[in-house]
Design a protein around this ligand. Structure first.
Ligand SMILES: [Cu+2]
Length: 458
């Protein structure tokens, strides 16, 4: 008897939850209303079956409950009932699946007039490529991916030069035009999903998958990776902005083509040297860093990392937080790096500086710190490399050789969100997450002590 009541309450509870729950579809922003309809249809069919079967169960439990003088009847076959149940189930299942097949048919037939976009996934961010004026994407291969050519484009393919490369995590698309999205992964399985568009598809290394949709509402929508793709999976986010045609065109004209990115004037080291005169006041003439001025070591850091940080400072992505008193100094300095090539030049000059090893700070508890630090560093090495030498593929800079006090401050800044929480900071989230795995000041000190001990193991 009690169990029958529990079942009835369960059914009522489920229904109430369904109708009052705030967790429902996000507002639709694409042509895929038919996907909502199939989901709704499925929900209705299984919902009705759920209610009917459970209420029937409760009824039967009640009706045929134990009574002293009652005996069960044995009825092994009932062809009429079985036929009826088979027919009803078949209709229910077919009713659920058939509309889905039609929608799937539409989903895989891309309209011919669609625009083309390539979305590239990697641990843990998105980048995008447009075909440019010729409307054809240039050939790519993973083997060609390097620091200068992050998309791995084939320079000899005539379609490559005008391809537009978008290295930011925000993609713009024009409203009311169907778009075919080609999906490619550089490393592991990812999944491209934008809830408001009702489309999602896996990115599989080695093949190009696709989906299509027509955006119907302007606005900013989040791109999620819906495939568990490694430790920083949850930070793999981006945005799609659906623009009106004029807004889209004005965005488009600001993007760089593959040819432009390759032909960037080679850096002028002499000009870089002049620019560095200002920097050396704080960072030292050899970029060795100065504790008295809180300025870190720059020598030994990769070109891509230095350029990115200067770019971040210049665009107030790093150093604009009010609590970031050291970053603010750099924000001011970076404003003096005028013109596209200033950053390139000064970074090229930094690469020529002689490398002065950093003095490793005293540690009274050396053995235990090294042990605990090494253990903690296991988490870090996946991105920063086993010897903290840095890893371009993960966008993670070299840490070995850096001053301990600077590393410590950065970890604390990531932890408090002083660094890394700006929406345009592509990799900051990853470090915010990682810094939180260091629970105490002792843990921070230990891992840093271990990192500084790696200085000469490269
Ligand atoms: Cu992913």
């Amino acid at each position: 008897m009690a169990i029958a009541i529990v079942i009835v309450l369960l059914v009522i509870g489920s229904l109430v939850f369904h109708f009052v729950s705030p967790w429902w579809f996000t507002p639709l922003a694409s042509n895929w209303g038919s996907i909502d309809s199939t989901i709704n249809l499925t929900l209705w069919v299984v919902g009705i079956v759920f209610v009917v079967v459970n209420l029937f169960l409760a009824y039967v439990i009640y009706k045929f409950r134990y009574q002293k003088n009652r005996r069960a009847a044995y009825e092994p076959e009932n062809p009429k009932l079985e036929t009826r149940l088979t027919v009803i189930t078949t209709i229910g299942v077919a009713g659920m699946l058939v509309p889905g097949l039609f929608v799937w048919g539409q989903f895989i037939s891309v309209p011919e007039e669609s625009d083309l976009i390539e979305v590239v996934g990697q641990q843990w961010h998105w980048s995008f490529r447009l075909p440019g004026k010729d409307g054809v994407l240039g050939r790519t291969a993973i083997e060609r991916v390097n620091e200068k050519n992050p998309f791995g484009l084939d320079i000899n393919d005539q379609h490559s030069a005008d391809d537009i490369l978008i290295k930011s995590n925000t993609l713009h698309i024009p409203i009311d035009r169907p778009v075919k999205v080609l999906l490619r992964s550089k490393d592991v399985l990812h999944n491209f999903a934008v809830p408001q568009f009702r489309v999602k598809m896996d990115l599989v290394p080695g093949i190009v998958s696709y989906l299509w949709f027509t955006p119907t509402k302007t606005g900013r929508y989040e791109i999620l990776c819906e495939e568990l793709c490694g430790i920083a999976h949850y930070t793999m986010r981006g945005h799609v902005e659906v623009d009106s045609e004029p807004d889209y065109q004005s965005w488009l004209t600001k993007q760089t083509t593959f040819a432009q990115s390759m032909e960037m004037a080679s850096a002028d080291i002499n000009k870089g040297k002049q620019l560095f005169a200002v920097c050396s006041a704080c960072h030292g003439v050899n970029g060795e860093g100065k504790v008295s001025l809180n300025a870190p070591k720059l020598a030994g850091l990769s070109t891509w990392y230095l350029e990115r940080q200067l770019d971040y400072y210049k665009n107030s992505i790093r150093g604009s937080d009010k609590r970031d008193i050291y970053g603010q100094q750099m924000l001011a300095v970076s404003a003096s790096l005028l013109g596209d090539n200033a950053i390139k030049n000064v970074v090229a000059y930094i690469q020529t500086l002689s490398y002065i090893p950093t003095v490793i700070p005293e540690n009274t508890n050396m053995q235990s710190s090294l042990l605990s630090g090494k253990k903690l560093f296991n988490n870090c090495s996946y991105c920063h490399g086993n010897n903290a030498q840095g890893n371009y593929a993960m966008n993670a800079p070299k840490l070995a050789g850096q001053h301990a006090w600077y590393l410590k401050r950065q970890l604390q800044s990531f932890k408090t969100g002083t660094r890394g929480s700006h929406p345009s900071d592509l990799y900051g989230d990853q470090m915010s997450l990682m810094s939180k795995t260091l629970h105490s000041e002792q843990a921070i000190d230990d891992v840093i002590f271990y990192i500084t001990s790696l200085e000469n193991s490269e």
